[in-house]
Design a binder for this molecule. Structure first.
Ligand code: ATP
Ligand code: MG
Length: 364
């Protein structure tokens, strides 16, 4: 009687069966795989572990047996009838190949592949961040250069307009034009302020622990009365819902985060000429914190979506400066986060701001 050998011996287990399904020949490897001795197999049907009913005489079995054989391991089983010259089934051969090592290797490769894909994604993210911060830096330099000069000019216009206003009687025909000048100069100053906002360098020294839910509360409280005033006049109704999760704490600058959310909310309101709903949601997962604003407004075309973060891109003509989302993007980048858009024309828009969690130790 053969000795029971190591299950890791490499050769295949081979069994020969007669037409009644009884084993007529078996090698040691087959006995090992089935957890018995060769002598126990001979003259008997196949052990229950691999016997299959009904097996027709001419059936070919090609299957993987995972962990079911008494000897353990993963096997590939190939079972085929053997024919006589007359085409009669004379016997059947069973070949059991141990594929445990191959399976483990495949598993390892697939795990490595996942790791690799993960690393690739991290690399891509880092590259995108780098490109984004480089774009921001270039824009910042430009903004700083022009902002100073434009501000001086605007200051002179504003100062003189105010002086002129004081010198004129209340019913003077030039007063209206001077007031228009003053308003335009103020608008210009606001544009310069936003431009500066985009180009501002990162200042982690000003970052503190901030509860995103408090930011949502503050901005909604400040924004809603203003909309109400507007919408009551135009009889348009905008419903605002919040869905806030606990522990959405980030390291950041509250003023900047409020400005980002206010810009996103304002866009949402402006996309709903005939009213609609806005949902503000905060969520936290293993990777960070998410602030999402979803509106039921006009949505964006693919062209608008691809250009929404370009400074000065606007579809609102003279009413928009096209700086709102650039400011949001800049603030997200300064907070080591990112902002993404999901929008469908005619159906609405979701703007998602993802920021690292306060416990994130990632460095510059
Ligand atoms: N929620 C939204 N729904 C539909 N379109 C949007 C939305 N948010 C942004 N957009 C589109 O993206 C463009 C750029 O937005 P952005 O906030 O940068 O500028 P703006 O709103 O046009 O002007 P500004 O914010 O400077 O007043 C908008 O003109 C609009 O076409
Ligand atoms: Mg805007």
């Amino acid at each position: 009687m053969a000795e029971f050998q190591s299950i890791h011996s490499p050769e295949r287990g081979v069994l020969l069966l007669d037409t009644h399904g009884r084993v007529t020949f078996a090698n040691i490897r087959a006995a090992e795989a089935l957890g018995v001795f060769v002598g126990d197999l001979l003259g008997s049907p196949l052990p229950d572990a691999i016997r299959r009913h009904p097996v027709t005489d001419d059936e070919v079995i090609d299957e993987v047996i995972d962990g079911k054989l008494p000897g353990g391991g993963v096997f590939h089983r190939y079972s085929t009838p053997l024919y006589t010259a007359e085409g009669q089934v004379a016997s059947r051969v069973e070949i059991l190949s141990d594929i445990t090592a191959r399976r483990e290797l495949e598993k390892e490769i697939s795990e490595r592949n996942i790791e690799l894909a993960d690393l690739n994604q991290q690399l891509k993210d880092a590259q995108e961040q780098l490109i984004a911060s480089e774009r921001l830096r270039a824009l910042g330099e430009m903004a700083a250069g022009v902002a100073h000069d434009i501000n001086n000019v605007l200051g002179i216009i504003l100062g003189n307009a105010q002086l002129a206003k004081r010198k004129l009687d209340a019913d003077h025909p030039a007063l209206e034009s001077i007031q228009a000048l003053e308003l335009a100069a103020r608008d210009g100053a606001e544009t310069v302020r936003r431009l500066r906002e985009i180009g501002k360098p990162i200042d982690p020294g000003s970052y503190t622990q901030i509860d995103l839910n408090a930011i949502v509360d503050d901005v909604v409280k400040a924004a809603i009365p203003a909309w109400r005033e507007q919408t009551e006049a135009s009889e348009v109704s905008i419903k605002v819902d919040t869905d806030l999760s606990a522990d959405c704490i980030v390291l950041g600058n509250a003023v900047e985060l409020r400005e980002a959310l206010a810009n996103i909310l304002l866009n949402a309101v402006q996309s709903m000429d005939s009213g609609g709903s806005i949902r503000i949601r905060t969520r936290r997962d293993n990777f960070g914190v998410e602030l999402q604003v979803t509106d039921s407004g006009s949505g964006m075309t693919a062209e608008t979506q691809s250009r929404v973060f370009d400074p000065f891109f606007t579809t609102r003509g003279a009413e928009g400066t096209g700086l709102g989302m650039s400011v949001v993007d800049a603030i997200a980048i300064r907070h080591r986060g990112r902002v993404t858009i999901d929008s469908e024309e005619g159906r609405g828009t979701s703007v998602t701001l993802r920021l690292p969690d306060v416990s994130c130790t990632c460095s510059d």
